[in-house]
Design a protein around this ligand. Sequence first.
Ligand SMILES: Cc1ncc(COP(=O)(O)O)c(C=O)c1O
Length: 401
Amino acid sequence: MNDGQPTESDLKKALNYLLEWCAKQHFDNTSTQLNVLPDTGLGQAEAARLTANLSLNRAQSFHSAGWFAHMDPPTPWVTWTTQAFTAAMNQNLLHPDTGEIGRQVEADVVAALAPHFGMDGGHMVPGSTLANLTAIWAAREVAGAREVVASELAHLSVAKAAHVLGLPYRAVPCDGAGHIEADQLGNLEGACLVLTAGATSTGSVDPMTPMPKAAWVHVDAAWAGPLRLSPTHRSKLAGLDAAQSVAVSAHKWLWQPKDSALILFSDSTAAHQALSFGGAYLAAPNIGVMGSSAARAIPLAATLMAFGLEGIAERLDACMALASRFAGHLEADSRFELWAPPETGVIAWRPVGGSVPDLRAKLAAQGYFVSQTKLDGEDWLRSVAIHPGIDVDAVYHAARS
Ligand SMILES: Cc1ncc(COP(=O)(O)O)c(C=O)c1O
């Protein structure tokens, strides 16, 4: 059966849902749940209407100026439209027959970005959980790593990767500002050392100068990696070039729709060779964890072209300035406590003597969203400056009122 091409009017209607959403008009808002498997199909136009009504209207909005909570960005419109191209083309990068253009654009994006991280190549994956797994897998195959070592603030995906790969995992304590304690690293001879550039809860960056000597050093720069594209903030990740691999999430501080991340290697030929499988129906080696794989480089390429390096840096610098401004408000106000000065746009803070969950709920009721984390077993609020248009003054005033 042929589902046919949409009519111009079908496409206009679907686009109109997005236009209405942009204009903050509300849909009829009657559906709270979709009957996702009706006996008789409703047709694509009606299914699009119902889905728009529920998903666009009711999803948490990362585009709001009160979004100061998690590492999920507002997506520039060029990313949605080009993501729709990707879905419409439905390329599969696994095989050149099905993904020639997607493979080419991914190679171009990786070639353009890798040198900014001191790496010579790599590939895209759906997220940094998989980027970290890929890196540690390469460390085991290429350098014979027999153990994974990371700070106590490392993302859970690092311990998860060690578990999947059957490698023991050792957590190293951090100093009071969230940096791995260099003198507690112990013997790293057979280790994949994972340093974090932008810890999830605190944004802290493990020291990389001098880079510790290990069988393999991987830097989980899922969050703060893009700062390497900012001349103002690049030095916060100094030393990164000496790593063997770097993970960067594009669906965090490069404002991409999910799922989009990069795993980069200093010697991508050796790493890719070690992670390649082939034969049977494959005409090119299948590199890394993924099999079928979307053309996720298309919206990233479009974003990089739309803003250029200067525009990306401008947006990152704006986020960093907003984080500093918010931290400044808190520091000057004895009613609040700052965990540490923010290094990379993540601020851990809390009310002195007040309840962290209560303040979080009070802010959410006014449309200001902050998240919550635990540090040394205690509750902290966590604000993430991922939206260049966050109204940090309004968040602060709402917190103190
Ligand atoms: C430092 C760090 N590493 C890895 C990850 C996992 O990335 P993803 O959610 O893209 O799988 C995160 C997610 O927040 C993170 O903050």
